[in-house]
Ligand binder design. Sequence first.
Ligand code: HEC
Length: 200
Amino acid sequence: MNRKETKANNILINEEEEKLLLDHNYDGIEEFDYPLPAWWVWTFIGGIVFAAGYIYFYNYAGAPSLKDEFKQEMAAIEKVREEQRKLTGNFDEADFKTWQQGENVDQLAASVYEENCLSCHEEKGKGDIGPNLTDAYWINVQDTNPGTLYGFILRGNEDNGMPAWEDMLSKEELYAAVHFVLSVKGTNIPGKEPQGEKLP
Ligand code: HEC
């Protein structure tokens, strides 16, 4: 192949290279003008096309703004919270814990239990008409967190014979009932046979 010298530096180049050589030299520096790789060019063009669509969609086509999206998501979260509040009857765990620190809590729990629950759940929660509250098996609850128990006792399950205590007991009395159930939970007193699912 024929070789030529470049203008500025007298370097030998072939015909292919001559086509790529830029006319300019920059303070004696000569350059080849290689085409950009196709993947780069297409990524670049793709970026521009995408940006045009993006700008149109978000600025002119009525797409939700960041604020709108935020509001929508918050509304969804609020809905879940509302459902949770309904399930737990607005149970406030911190308030319950503070209540538990009070005086004579155990006595209060025992007397609320005796007056309202004993007739069906029997001595120490061993169960009779109502299920045994001392074993690991539960019919109505997926866990035995205070909020879950509070919500269940509040709503009851009247179809199966467990009254709803919402209108019959004050918040403190409900706390006392929850406290009692938690205090007998896991004591495994022989009484009514296990019912429902075993919880860890
Ligand atoms: C009239 C009888 C009756 C009274 C009174 C009663 N319960 Fe119940 N309780 C039941 C029955 C029946 C069930 C089981 C409901 C079912 O099978 O879904 C139950 C279920 C429960 C459960 C859930 C147990 C489980 O395995 O899911 C708890 C907790 C509970 N009662 C607590 C109480 C507390 C606390 C009181 C007093 C404030 C009380 N109950 C008063 C009949 C009673």
